[in-house]
Design a protein around this ligand. Structure first.
Ligand SMILES: [Zn+2]
Length: 475
């Protein structure tokens, strides 16, 4: 093995097909170094050779080429394997995620590249940036056990195209705009008229056919059975019917692209919990229509808010996990997916046990919140400005998020002592959690400088935080 220079990220060193690859820190950037006697080892990379050593900047184009050379960096399908998506709004946290998977993620397949289209918009990122940043991060920290890539919460065929072009392989279809929340509490007559008004042809069915399939239908689960009655199946269809047609449109579009893909069907961002009968009807209808998916994200009971512990009755949640997991085994099997999964430490052991590992855990913004700790420690004045802006822009930032924080309880000009607890107190953590768009827009360059100067500390914080998320799922 080559003696690595001090600037090298030692973990990145890897040998593949007769060449040596590693990453070096160069000024404020990074360079890929390839050492090989044969120049074909770096053909296609954009850089310069000096003797047997070739150097290439950590650009998007070189990330793509690196994925082509080192197959473990190319996103792959995980099927039913236990998996977890880390999400990274900043594109600099993957090395910390890798350390957590190495330390506590045995048996869990990682999805480092994962961001919803909504978040990408607020962060001014494109799908390719998300993938490329995750590639460099995984390479830097020496992750060679395979990666996924989740195009999260897709709503349109254009979203799918953008992610497909970038190289994503895991597609989370989210038709929640087509879920009808009024059906939740509507009376029987309203439910009937909503069901009658459905565009049954788009579902390749009729109400009569639907009723004869489901009314009285019994599903035998491991510990009990569910018998469907007319009321609940009609309500399920009134609530989810249009979303199924929309999801199938997205799915057929994805299939038509002819790329490797796997699918998650997600209704976790709807207003009301997904009832067991609704789970059965929705999944059975999607299967009848030809959708194949590896995971399903229902809306579970209780409060899954951004960046804070679970809000609700844990015994009730345990029961909810169990029944949905049993349905997923009986109708699939497919994985149950837990979204807004960050910081809900009390729920992971319950979820891991109920699913028996047939599970996907999805966290999105928690790395961002944790990264703010580094700012608070090293640049108090910047953190005060950030906090003030997060408060000022809160009404705009909070849109489309489930939150219970009271911004009035957040200090707009925190003292040094308050700075140390901003990320631990629910009110300030949530206000900062959803403020990323406005904050990065105003202070991005200053913040990235702090993170760059304290990268090891950042990775350590992220690792420690994610170890707590992953450990209950390791096997
Ligand atoms: Zn979600």
């Amino acid at each position: 093995m080559t003696d690595l220079p001090p600037a090298a990220y030692r973990q990145s060193f890897v040998q593949h097909e007769g060449a040596e690859y590693w990453l070096e820190k160069v000024g404020t950037g990074r360079q890929l170094v390839v050492k090989a006697s044969d120049s074909s080892a770096y053909a296609g990379l954009d850089g310069a050779a000096d003797g047997d050593t070739f150097r290439a900047d950590a650009t998007d184009a070189n990330a793509l080429e690196l994925r082509n050379r080192l197959p473990w960096l190319k996103p792959q399908l995980f099927g039913l394997a236990t998996s977890a998506g880390t999400g990274d709004r900043l594109g600099i946290c993957t090395p910390g995620h890798v350390r957590a998977f190495k330390a506590a993620g045995q048996g869990i397949r990682p999805v480092f590249a994962q961001q919803s289209i909504r978040e990408m918009g607020r962060c001014h990122r494109e799908p390719r940036n998300v993938l490329d940043d995750a590639t460099w991060g995984a390479f830097q920290e020496g992750w060679t056990a395979g990666v996924g890539a989740d195009a999260d919460h897709l709503h349109t065929t254009e979203d799918i195209d953008r992610c497909a072009q970038a190289g994503f392989v895991f597609y989370t279809l989210d038709p929640n705009e087509y879920v009808d929340p009024e059906a939740e509490g509507a009376d029987e007559a309203t439910i009937r008229s909503k069901a009658e008004a459905l565009d049954w042809a788009s579902l390749d069915s009729s109400q009569k056919q639907f009723l004869s399939t489901y009314v009285g239908h019994r599903i035998d689960l491991e510990h009990e059975s569910i018998t469907l009655d007319e009321q609940s199946v009609l309500r399920a269809m009134a609530k989810y019917g249009p979303s199924l047609a929309n999801a199938m449109d997205l799915y057929r579009h994805l299939q038509s692209l002819g790329i490797p893909h796997e699918v998650e069907f997600a209704v976790d961002e709807t207003d009301y919990p997904t009832k067991p009968a609704e789970h059965v009807v929705v999944v059975s209808e999607l299967k009848r229509l030809g959708m194949e998916f590896v995971s399903f994200a229902p809306r579970f009971v209780g409060g899954f808010e951004k960046g804070v512990e679970y809000i609700g009755d844990l015994a009730e949640l345990k029961r909810d996990f169990e029944i949905h997991a049993e349905i997923a085994k009986a109708l699939g099997p497919y994985k149950l997916s837990l979204h807004s999964g960050s910081d809900k430490y009390s729920t992971y052991p319950l979820f891991a046990e109920a699913t028996g590992g047939l599970a996907h855990l999805k966290t999105a913004g928690t790395s961002w919140a944790e990264a703010l700790r580094v700012i608070a420690r090293h640049d108090g004045d910047l953190m005060r400005e950030i906090t003030a802006l997060a408060l000022e822009s809160f009404e705009q930032n909070r849109k489309s998020y489930h939150l219970s924080c009271d911004p009035a309880r957040v200090p707009s000009n925190p003292t040094d002592a308050q700075l140390t607890t901003l990320l631990d107190v629910v009110d300030s953590r949530q206000v900062l959690h959803v403020g990323y768009g406005a904050i990065l827009e105003a202070y991005g360059p200053r913040m990235f400088e702090v993170w760059q100067n304290n990268d090891e500390e950042l990775y350590g914080i992220i690792e420690e935080h994610f170890v707590k998320h992953l450990a209950p799922f390791a096997h």
